[in-house]
Design a binder for this molecule. Sequence first.
Ligand code: ACO
Length: 173
Amino acid sequence: MPFTPDAALDLLFPEELIPQHVKDELPSDLHIRPLASTDYDRGHLAVLNVLSQTPDVGADGWTTQFHDLRDTPATYYILVVVSRETDQIVASGGVFIERKFLRALGRVGHIEDIAVAREMQGKKLGLRIIQALTHISEGVGCYKTILDCSDANMPFYEKCGFEKRGNEMAKYG
Ligand code: ACO
């Protein structure tokens, strides 16, 4: 598939929110942009599969979810890295914005679902996604940006400037 420029896409949020320095630091054959309404066809679910089971929900289910996220204003920011050669997604990650009553109506950014295609790992794509998501989180006024990860991934997040604070608790239904 030929590369699709941002102007021809229906994006989840304005692409200007992605910092220029992150765009500049990506290899020239890759492009970072917001998730687009047609990214089901660019292998979005296949990339998420490196992180957790991601069954194929079909184009209709995926597209309904995309519109539900976009219809919740200023809350969901999902980025993808796309190959300019294949127009396929090679990495993805998101931050969602929680609105609180404490801290004078404070906001917290929750980083979720960072996934880099296996053959693309180790090329700083994860780092660039975290830099962009943190910039967006801070740009919309979050007083902190947090995430849960495995012990094995802690060194990666430390390289991205995060530090361990507290413990995760979970109850799966
Ligand atoms: N252990 C130690 N160091 C690591 C690890 C690791 N597991 N992963 C990356 N690093 C280091 C790299 O060596 C690099 O260090 P350097 O700057 O000294 O060279 C730095 O962290 C940046 O690494 P990137 O190249 O940006 O890492 P990558 O693009 O491979 O992305 C990621 C890392 C996201 C963990 C990727 O390997 C991946 O998708 N893994 C499978 C899915 C996953 O576990 N996702 C994270 C779940 S947690 C969450 O989503 C909040």
